[in-house]
Ligand binder design. Structure first.
Ligand code: NDP
Ligand code: OXD
Length: 310
């Protein structure tokens, strides 16, 4: 039984092959491009597979996403139908996202970019901001990561809101649901965090009409997927003062092209898709555990719903 592994970077593929080989001694774990008999492949462990990569494997039992999102798998136009997709979640992933969201919400809350500009000018400029309970922050998406991020923000004392498709109770968080709840959720959100999955419904959701529903001078943090954001609408909203600052971890094109205007704006913080990466050691253990469980039961806790897109 073969497990085929693919990531765009060859050295990363080899690293995952090595880790998974040690953890799955009953399987032959090989780089996808080195598979000699496609009929023997039962599991494909992938990040951003190329179109057609997975269609070669007629006896595939499951596709494993090396990540929480499955949009990069569904983007394969030749994806074999009805093959279950297992995502990779876990405590480390959630913890890292809590840290990233707390860091950047606090930066915007305390206006650190302005403070750093003052330092550069040797300007003793005291910035007084409201205390956290008087600052409303909102998290879009209340899944594993969004609910944890919202909980963390509520724990820091922020007036925290959360928005999801079906609605979900999160302790200390005021929650809103569905398209009908979006306007009420956005109104008053001074700092907005996006943790939605990328689906047909959420692509381009961070656009001009959404920015216009936020209070003037709001800040936006996108740590979900680049195509959630309409780049030109953000630039226009920043120029108009509707949005004050943004933190972007994910981009329509990654790596962010050197000529992209986001790189050089003082009102945008760019991080290179590092908000929460799968920890290499625990990630391999989680994937091996999911494959072993799926092999025995035909199911596992991390099964995604391909129809829904997450
Ligand atoms: P989950 O699948 O656990 O949760 C998704 C959440 O989004 C659910 O609350 C769901 O609501 C909500 N949602 C989905 N569609 C809609 C919609 N149309 N309107 C309103 N709410 C919607 O996702 P995770 O929390 O695990 O991850 C979220 C995303 O974060 C991933 O898909 C990935 O893109 C991104 N990510 C980014 C990382 C980074 O380093 N930058 C790292 C890891 C993930 P409901 O349950 O009601 O359907
Ligand atoms: C993920 C990611 O989806 O790293 O896990 O973006």
């Amino acid at each position: 039984m073969t497990v085929a592994v693919y990531l765009p970077l060859e050295e990363k593929t080899h690293w995952w092959v090595e880790q998974l080989s040690a953890l799955l001694p009953d399987h032959e774990v090989v780089p996808l491009d080195a598979v000699s008999d496609p009929g023997t492949v039962r599991y494909a462990v992938v990040w951003r597979p190329r179109t057609g990569d997975l269609a070669r494997f007629a006896a595939l039992k499951a596709i494993v996403s090396i990540g929480a999102g499955i949009d990069h798998v569904l983007a394969d136009g030749a994806l074999p139908a009805c093959v279950p997709i297992i995502r990779t979640t876990g405590r480390d992933l959630t913890q890292r996202m809590r840290e990233y969201v707390a860091l950047h919400v606090l930066r915007h809350h305390r206006d650190m970019p302005r403070q750093l500009r003052a330092q550069a000018e040797r300007d003793w400029h005291a910035i007084v901001v409201p205390v956290a309970p008087n600052r409303t922050v909102g998290v879009m998406g209340l899944g594993n990561l969004g609910a944890a991020a919202a909980e963390t923000l509520a724990g820091l004392g922020f007036a925290t809101r959360g928005w999801s498709r079906r609605g979900r109770d999160v302790p200390g968080v005021e929650t809103f649901a569905g398209a009908e709840g979006l306007g009420a959720f956005l109104s008053g959100c001074e700092i907005l965090v996006n943790l939605l999955p990328l689906t047909a419904d959420t692509r381009g959701i961070l656009d001009r009409s959404l920015f216009d529903k936020l209070p003037r001078g709001a800040c936006v943090i996108n740590c979900a997927r680049g195509p959630h954001l309409v780049d030109d609408d953000l630039l226009a909203a920043l120029d108009a003062g509707q949005i004050k600052q943004a933190t972007l971890d994910v981009f329509n094109e990654e790596p962010l092209p050197a000529k992209h205007p986001f790189w050089t704006r003082s009102d945008i913080t760019v991080t290179p898709h590092v908000a929460s990466q799968i920890d290499p050691g625990t990630g391999a253990r989680l994937i091996a555990k999911n494959i072993r469980t799926f092999e025995v039961t035909g199911a596992c806790d991390d099964l995604a719903d391909a129809e829904r897109g997450y």
